[in-house]
Design a protein around this ligand. Structure first.
Ligand code: 26M
Length: 820
């Protein structure tokens, strides 16, 4: 059903009016950016009606609400996605054409709201889409960073970070809600007073600095169901403007500090991925949005309910990793100090309201805060954590009398640090990993002691992705083809894709499928030419690795293998070799020197390989600048091969792997994260699996015995590749890649050389790459494989993931908004 406003003539009229109203211009005079704003306002108008309608329905039905608490929401552009979900994309595309406008150019005017780093933040965005589409009442709770994920520029092969000022033209899809502002307090001290009325101690927080948290709401549209949920992100403002008033009161210093605090707290997203830096400002950010969100949730609950002890019947807080874990102590504080409950009652409610998702086993990522910092910044919250810890240690002692090892390993406060994961597990009623293998590793390795003590809390929720963005919007050619073959139901029921299996041996269908892939490769080739100035051949194999740059993800293994292939072609020019384009996209955390060097290496190898006429263009290497959600959609659609080559056990799940699969790219990968489940769905014969298993890796890690030196000494081809890092082949500065070389071989390299088993897996990877080439040469076999990947990807929709969260953890009620 098309809304009246998306009826073409109405729509055109509204866009023209908005251009006039907003900019005092005619359509002909307006810039593309101004037209984008005008179009967005028209769309927002429709959304606001549904938003109000959803609100009404929620008020009437009083469903249980999930608050998805996350430091990151990597939303990507809203305009196109909203049009898809409103079922109006086609109409609007045509209407714009009639105005002489190209919808792609209009969409390209929107900045990517990049309020996240990578997988964890993008997962949160997919979850919000699925929650709205499945008719559940949900709020995303986060921070309105002034600067999101930095923009990456490549200069002379190096990554250079540029600020992402995403708000500079005003963002049309947000709504400031000053009436819901909340105060958040930092620092100061706690005074204890006896309260004779309630016969208990009263804790009074004084001498603090206060910040005003002001929410901005973004609409989250469900697919074709009129549901509009809310992503609520908090901005910080000073409580009172710095003025002479406070100066007169002698409060000058404090007024300046409060103003500074408000300005700095939401300034920028920390661009770290899987790495904890321990910065005080980061903890301030965490407490800031958590406290504001909890206050708002409690206030909302109390508007229509008078018994706070039943909060858990209507509210659940899902903590996206440990970043918002201070929520458990803050909820205790609000229930006790604001609502007047005693410890036991408050604890009972808190432990029924909070649940925790773990996203990584990388030890550098585990959040631990020095108690000195924590208690200074959040004195009352720290007191509460001490009491939670005291009681938990008593429990440990009861269960394991005399076993001090257990206390050492499981205490929330130990070695002068607050361990956020331990707090989350102790206070949460659910602890989940994000893929089957990852959850098993949590239970049997990382969190073994906790699993033994409280097995009932542990469960798995394999990640998923939204097909609305990553197929319907990102790959319209394939989306139309799928609809043509099996009807449109896949958009809300991805398991339908299995119906495509009947086409696996249908030559006509296979040809259509591969023609679409080819067109998408042409689209990407055009993008690469325009943005990178490199010409690539869409007839070559597009072999793609796009994800954050991290040693465990092993972009280094990929580029070393490219060097190896280059050497082979040079040594055997007559060799039969299918042309290949290796495409990379990755941001490195700004402070991660080795990761940045790997980017430089990729670009240096690209320079040499792409300019070597003697290899006849058989090999191309491209580094796509500024990989982000908007260009990801184009990249996934165009991939032949999906590189998922993390050291087994290290990648908790991965979600890019699912996006490639959905778009018909077979996985070249290790048995890690969700790759394991992908292979299970598609069959081993339709994937290229290599490398050591997670058991083998974990065994080496625990018992030693891995020796990259032996490989270096016994495999001359690998040795040649490593020598080329330091002999001037790719940089006249022979010291340029010395650190990378050393990281693989130098025994002084801490904690051990080649931590990520790059040399150990090299041969196995090269063989798997050989199998890729053989398979690709057989056109029919490849087409079948590609099609089956799409056909078997149904499990990996975030709709399935969300339904599992609802069934096992959240127990939400379905809400009807759209009357039939
Ligand atoms: C921590 C402290 C200070 C600053 C930043 C951080 C931090 C930020 C993001 C730590 C980890 C962060 O993200 C981890 C992450 O993205 N994990 C990924 O989660 C995905 C969704 O579950 C999985 O698919 C990936 O395998 C996992 O790496």
């Amino acid at each position: 059903m098309i809304d009246k406003q998306f009826e073409k003539e109405e729509f055109k009229k509204s866009v023209k009016e908005n251009v006039k109203f907003l900019y005092r211009k005619t359509l002909e005079e307006a810039t593309q950016e101004q037209i984008f704003q005008a179009v967005s306002y028209t769309v927002k108008d429709v959304i606001i009606d549904n938003w109000l309608k959803s609100q009404k329905a929620y008020e009437k039905q009083d469903p249980k609400i999930v608050y998805y608490m996350s430091m990151e929401f990597l939303m990507g552009r809203a305009l196109g996605n909203n049009l898809i979900n409103l079922g109006a994309y086609g109409e609007v595309k045509e209407a714009l054409e009639e105005l002489g406008l190209d919808i792609n150019c209009i969409e390209d005017q929107e900045p990517d709201p990049a309020l996240g780093n990578g997988g964890l933040g993008r997962l949160a965005a997919c979850f919000l889409d699925s929650l709205a589409t499945l008719n559940y009442c949900a709020y995303g709770c986060g921070i309105r960073y002034r600067y999101g994920m930095f923009k990456q520029e490549i200069r002379d092969g190096y990554q250079v970070e540029a600020p992402d000022n995403w708000l500079k033209n005003g963002y049309p899809f947000e709504l400031r809600r000053p009436e819901y502002a909340k105060e958040v307090h930092f620092g100061g001290y706690v005074r204890v007073e006896w309260d004779p009325v309630n016969n208990q101690n009263k804790f009074i927080h004084e001498g603090y600095q206060a910040v005003k948290a002001v929410p901005y709401d973004m609409p989250i549209t469900g697919y074709n169901n009129d549901v509009v949920n809310t992503l609520r992100i908090w901005d910080a403002e000073p409580i009172v403007d710095f003025n002479l008033d406070s100066f007169d009161k002698g409060d000058y210093h404090n007024a300046v500090e409060q103003e500074n605090l408000a300005r700095t707290i939401v300034e920028v997203l920390y661009p770290n991925d899987n790495h904890m830096a321990g910065k005080e400002l980061r903890l301030k950010q965490q407490y800031f949005f958590v406290s504001a969100s909890l206050q708002a949730a409690i206030a909302k609950y109390k508007k229509t309910h008078d018994d706070i002890t039943k909060l858990h019947e209507k509210v659940v807080f899902q903590m996206n990793d440990t970043h918002p874990t201070v929520a458990v102590a803050e909820l205790m504080r609000l229930l006790m100090d604001q609502e007047g409950l005693g410890w036991d009652q408050a604890w009972d409610i808190t432990t029924k309201c909070c649940a925790y998702t773990n996203h990584t086993i990388m030890s550098e990522a585990l959040e631990k805060w020095p108690i000195e910092l924590f208690s200074r910044l959040l004195p009352r919250v720290y007191q509460i954590i001490e009491e939670i810890n005291r009681r938990f240690i008593l429990e440990i002692q009861q269960k394991y009398p005399g076993n001090f090892e257990k206390i050492k390993k499981m205490a929330i406060i130990y070695d002068g640090q607050v361990k956020m994961a331990h707090l989350a597990i102790v206070a949460g009623y659910s602890v989940n990993g994000v893929a089957r293998l990852h959850t098993e590793i949590l239970k049997n390795q990382e969190l073994k002691d906790f699993y033994e003590m409280m097995p009932e809390k542990f469960n798995n929720k394999t990640n998923g992705i939204t097909q609305r963005r990553f197929l319907a919007h990102g790959n319209p050619l394939l989306a139309d083809w799928v609809t043509d073959k099996i009807g449109p139901d896949w958009i809300t029921d991805l398991s339908q894709l299995s119906k495509l299996k009947v086409y696996a041996d249908d030559e006509k269908a296979l040809q259509e499928f591969m023609t679409i892939k080819f067109k998408n490769k042409e689209r990407l080739a055009k993008y690469i030419l325009e943005h990178n100035g490199v010409e690539v051949d869409p007839h070559s194999i597009f072999d793609i690795q796009v994800k954050r740059l991290h040693e465990y993800k092993r972009q280094l293994l990929n580029i070393l293998h490219v060097i190896y292939l280059y050497n082979q072609i040079k040594a055997h020019p007559e060799m039969d070799f299918y042309p290949r384009t290796f495409i990379f996209g990755a941001k490195a955390s700004a402070a991660y020197a080795r990761a940045k060097k790997i980017i430089k290496l990729i670009n240096c190898v690209a320079d040499v390989v792409n300019n070597d006429a003697s290899i006849n263009g058989k090999l191309k290497v491209v580094f796509i600048e500024n990989y982000r959600v908007s260009n990801a959609e184009i990249i996934f659609a165009a991939a032949d091969v999906s590189e998922q080559i993390s050291t087994a056990s290290k990648e908790a799940s991965g979600t890019g792997n699912m996006k490639f699969m959905l778009n018909g790219a077979p996985t070249l990968g290790t048995m890690d994260g969700a790759n394991v489940e992908i292979v299970q769905e598609v069959g081993e014969e339709n994937a290229f699996i290599f490398g050591m298993s997670s058991d083998q890796i974990i065994n080496y890690e625990n018992n030693g015995g891995y020796d990259p030196d032996f490989i270096y000494n016994t495999d001359p081809e690998i040795r040649q590749v490593l020598m080329q890092l330091i002999n001037g082949t790719f940089s006249s500065d022979t010291e340029m890649f010395r650190d990378i070389y050393n990281s693989l071989l130098d025994k002084r390299n801490m904690p051990r050389p080649d931590q990520y088993f790059i040399l150990g897996d090299f041969r196995s990877y090269a063989e798997a790459q050989k199998r890729v080439e053989e398979a690709y040469k057989d056109e029919k076999r490849w087409a079948k494989m590609a099609l089956l990947n799409t056909a078997c990807s149904g499990k990996f929709t975030s709709d399935r993931t969300i339904q599992e969260y609802v069934d096992d953890i959240w127990h939400l009620d379905k809400v009807v908004v759209k009357e039939n």
